[in-house]
Design a protein around this ligand. Structure first.
Ligand code: AMP
Ligand code: AMP
Length: 373
């Protein structure tokens, strides 16, 4: 793990009047760039050559800098090469780790080999998508989660099988018994010995993805242990094809005959405003998650995170995943902001802007090292 001292030293050497906010051109990059521009930062895009024209096409959100050497990278992992990291440091870059940045470079690689200052707490990276770590986080927080099953032989109800990493629901499937499970595995050509997966009870209800931000600096939101938790909106993901399957009225048997498999591939997001009393329940879940993170990997969760939940018909909330970074479900609030962002800031506050605001507050208060690692 790259030591905090090393990052602090780099940050110390940065010209604070000329900080650049950078990220990989994918996932929530336009959100991050636009928000950073709103807060007065320069922006830098780590971008594969073929994507540059498309990112340039969004004239007001496009990154100010596409370092000429970087478009030559073949794949995002190349950013681990010291010469590319040096380019980022030369531009006084603070990198915002997005979903694709973490998924494509790898959280362990970022932790150990990427010595460029990143917004948030680097120690949170391995908790992104690692199911055992997530389980420990849920248990420490004491929040309701779907029942987990040790192995396929324990399946006694409708279950979802999920694969590791930030894969956006790709390839996940449902099964109601051990037999069903192995049939699915076979049909999908998956080797259960070689693939890491987890089996969870499938909770039936309304999915709600809650967008939160924790700050030691802001003094806005819910105060927790000398920090402030803000809710900045909710969304629901569009997942293909599971969202639309009910329209076909096909039974599982008919689906099988037709060779139709359910899938949970994320294709987009829509905004949601929950019943007002649920806002309190979500604040309570966020609070428990932050407090647990402070015990598990001090100083704990910093910046954007997302408890992913399902609300049952009895209004019980089950959290099935905590994404400890910006999620793409926040993309739709540029530049209008969500109702919750307005209620907290009195101005449009998207997640991209909120992240940049935190960097700005850190600079203004001379406490940047508390929110960057
Ligand atoms: P991408 O850069 O679009 O390939 O996405 C990187 C990772 O984030 C993948 O695992 C995606 O499935 C996930 N992802 C991308 N967009 C979204 C979204 N709108 N909502 C949730 N997850 C997403
Ligand atoms: P995840 O990779 O954990 O974010 O899950 C991807 C998608 O699978 C979610 O957006 C949900 O639609 C669905 N999902 C995951 N876990 C559950 C669960 N325990 N019960 C019902 N649906 C789930």
């Amino acid at each position: 793990m790259i030591q905090k001292d090393e990052i602090d030293e780099t940050l110390e050497s940065y010209d604070k009047e000329n900080i650049t906010v950078g990220t990989l051109c994918s996932h929530s990059a336009l959100n991050i760039f636009y928000g950073a521009k709103q807060e007065g930062f320069k922006t830098l895009g780590i971008c594969q050559k073929e994507r540059v024209p498309y990112y340039r096409a969004f004239t007001a959100a496009k990154p100010d800098i596409f370092p000429p050497e970087i478009p030559s990278i073949q794949k995002p992992k190349d950013m681990l090469e010291p010469k590319f990291q040096e380019i980022l440091r030369k531009h006084n870059t603070i990198v915002v780790p997005s979903g694709s940045f973490v998924a494509y470079i790898g959280s362990r690689n970022l932790e150990d080999e990427f010595s460029v200052p990143m917004q948030g707490n680097r120690k949170v990276l391995p908790w992104d998508g690692e199911r055992e770590k997530q389980k420990l986080w849920f248990e420490t927080a004491g929040i309701k989660t779907p029942k987990g099953f040790e192995g396929p032989e324990d399946i006694d109800r409708l279950c979802i099988t999920k694969f590791y990493g930030a894969v956006g629901g790709q390839g996940f499937f449902l099964a109601t018994s051990e037999k069903d499970f192995y049939k699915e595995i076979e049909e999908r050509n998956i080797d259960p010995e070689k693939t890491k997966f987890t089996i969870q009870e499938y909770v039936l209800g309304s999915r709600l993805y809650s967008h939160m931000h924790f700050s030691p600096l802001s003094k806005r939101g819910l105060e927790i242990n000398e920090g402030w938790l803000e809710i900045l909106g909710y969304d629901q993901r569009m997942e293909s094809n599971i969202d639309e399957l009910h329209r076909t009225s096909l039974t599982r048997e008919q689906m099988k005959k037709l060779g139709i498999e359910e899938s949970f591939t994320v294709v987009g997001n829509r905004p949601v405003i929950p019943r007002e009393k649920l806002q309190m329940s979500y604040y309570s879940i966020g609070k428990k998650i932050v407090e647990a993170s402070q015990k598990l990997f001090p100083p704990g969760m910093l910046g954007a995170f997302c408890p992913e939940t399902i609300i049952t018909k009895d209004l019980e909330i089950f959290t099935f995943e905590i994404t400890p970074r910006i999620v793409a479900g926040t993309n739709m609030w540029i530049p209008t902001g969500s109702p919750e962002g307005w209620y907290t800031w009195g101005e449009p506050m998207s997640m991209g802007r909120r992240i940049a605001r935190e960097i700005k507050l850190g600079i203004e208060k001379d406490r940047l090292e508390e929110v960057v690692y």
